[in-house]
Design a protein around this ligand. Sequence first.
Ligand SMILES: C[S@@+](CC[C@H](N)C(=O)[O-])C[C@H]1O[C@@H](n2cnc3c(N)ncnc32)[C@H](O)[C@@H]1O
Length: 198
Amino acid sequence: MSVSRETSSRLQAYAELLRHWNSRINLVAPGSLSELQTRHIDDCLQVADLIQDGTGHWVDLGSGGGLPGLVLAIAKADTDISFTLVESDQRKAAFLRTVVRELDLTRVKVVSRRVETLPPLNAAHVSARALAPLRQLMAYLHLHLAPTGTAFLMKGRQWQGEVEDARTEWVFDCVAHPSRTQEGAAILEVSGVSHGAQ
Ligand SMILES: C[S@@+](CC[C@H](N)C(=O)[O-])C[C@H]1O[C@@H](n2cnc3c(N)ncnc32)[C@H](O)[C@@H]1O
C-alpha cells in the first residue's frame, strides 16, 4: 500500500513507541523487531487496502501492540471510521492509549476488557490477528459483528483447516485474500455469521 507522507510519519512514530515499550512489555516477539515494518506493519496495511468504505464503527479484537488496530486507525485517519481496540491486558492497553494520545488519533477508543464480557458492539467491521482459532473467532463475530457487517481475520498457513473446523459449528461466507507478506497465509473476509444446525 502506498501511504501519504503524514501516514508514513505517524507509522514511524508508532514504530518508535512500540520499540521503546517492547523492552518492558512483550508487544511483539523480540526476535521479530528487526522486521517490524515488513512482518508486522506492512502485513496489517494489507487489511487497509481491502477497506472499501470510509465510515462506520471498526472493532479490533485482541489488539496487543496495535496490530492491526492501530495500523488501520493510522492508515484511515483521514476517514470517518471510528475504532475500538479491545485488549484485556492492562499494560498493553496502557501502551495503546499512549499511542492514541501521542499521535492524536481522535477517533480511537481503547477498551481493556475481555471480548466475551463486552455487551454486543454491533460493529460494521471487525478485525483480529493471532487472537484465537477461527472457530472461536466466529463466536466473537456472532456477538460483536452487525448482521450486515464484514470481518477481516488475519490467518497463517493453517487457514484452510481452520475454515473446515469452523464450518462444523458455524455458517458464514468467506473470501480468502492471499497474504503478500507471508506465503500461504491469508486474510479471511467473513460475513453472514450464524450458528449452523447442530
Ligand atoms: C497473540 S496476541 C496478538 C496481538 C496482536 N493482535 C498481534 O497480532 O500482534 C493476542 C492478544 O489478545 C489479547 N487477548 C487474548 N484473549 C483475549 C480476550 N478474550 N479478550 C481480549 N483480549 C484478549 C492478549 O492479551 C494479547 O495481547
